[in-house]
Write a new protein. Structure first.
Length: 295
């Protein structure tokens, strides 16, 4: 059985840990509130922009050519992986890494065997994990969350689009956590590039309209397509940020509860140990008194 001093030290240690987890939970809750507001404001804009792009594409008489629509044989693959910069958020980062590895195994095993799968890491945890696994990792934007804004994500999207247009990659996929609620995050593995035109057979009659374009159709689409891709990536990063704070808040709440349960057990052990020590001392005193009486 542990000594009283050892049990006291453990109680102090667990109590300090509980205070830290409580503080981290409160910080995560405050950040979650802001992150949730950001993503709730972004979703309608992103959805409307995609809807506008689809509507204009459906209503145009000709298909506007752009390097971002170029469909090539999938030889060189880029996977944009959005994780967090810090840990202590449960299985948040592990789930993204597992989903990415599963995507590579199911779709790009041949390319991976040739070393043609590259990771574009947004978030330090993903960069560290895939570097350890031997993948080539682009770490230019691992600190995105320390200065999270549209300008930073826009630069990342522009770099990806330029690399694709120049033929450095044939396919670009996006893996991230979508925020549903504090306790639930949904993993998404979405195609990012090339842009796949909507099947004309699936277009509704509402979109069968002749539009008058001002300025030209080419100019409008040249503006809408890159903007849509930038917003798509920015939304994914905002979704991941909100998911991270929700996962961290949940993890720290659970850690605080576990610390409380551990404190109860340690205090019970402490009291039992103390009672045993007192009982031993009483028995020694009684035994000594009896020995003196008999002598």
């Amino acid at each position: 059985m542990a000594s009283l001093k050892e049990v006291r030290n453990r109680i102090v240690s667990v109590n300090s840990t509980q205070q830290i987890t409580k503080a981290m939970k409160m910080v995560a809750a405050a950040k979650l509130r802001r992150a949730q507001d950001n993503i709730l404001q972004m979703r309608p804009y992103a959805q409307k922009l995609n809807e506008m792009l689809s509507t204009v594409s459906a209503g145009s008489e000709s298909s506007v050519e752009t390097p971002l629509k170029a469909v090539r044989a999938a030889e060189k693959i880029l996977i944009v992986v959005v994780t967090s910069d810090r840990g202590l958020c449960g299985a948040f980062n592990t789930n993204v890494v597992k989903a990415t590895l599963l995507l590579i195994e199911e779709k790009y095993a041949v390319q991976a065997a040739k070393g043609n799968v590259e990771i574009f890491a947004i978030g330090k945890k993903g960069a560290e994990s895939f570097t350890r696994k031997g993948y080539k990792v682009n770490t230019a934007f691992v600190d995105t969350f320390s200065r999270l804004n549209f300008v930073t994500v826009k630069s990342a999207a522009e770099q990806i689009m330029t690399a694709f247009a120049e033929g450095q990659y044939d396919v670009v996929d996006l893996v991230f956590n979508e925020f549903k609620n504090v306790a639930t995050q949904i993993i998404h593995t979405d195609p990012y590039l090339p842009i796949v035109s909507e099947d004309t057979s699936k277009k509704s009659k509402k979109t069968e309209v002749n539009y008058i374009f001002e300025p030209t159709e080419e100019e409008i689409m040249a503006e809408l397509i890159p903007k849509s891709l930038k917003i798509q990536l920015y939304r994914a990063v905002l979704e991941s940020n909100a998911s991270e704070q929700g996962a961290r808040m949940t993890a720290m709440d659970k850690a605080t509860e576990n610390a409380q349960e551990l404190l109860k057990e340690l205090k019970l052990i402490y009291n039992r140990t103390r009672q045993a020590a007192i009982t031993t001392e009483i028995l020694e005193i009684v035994g000594g008194a009896e020995a003196l009486k008999n002598s």
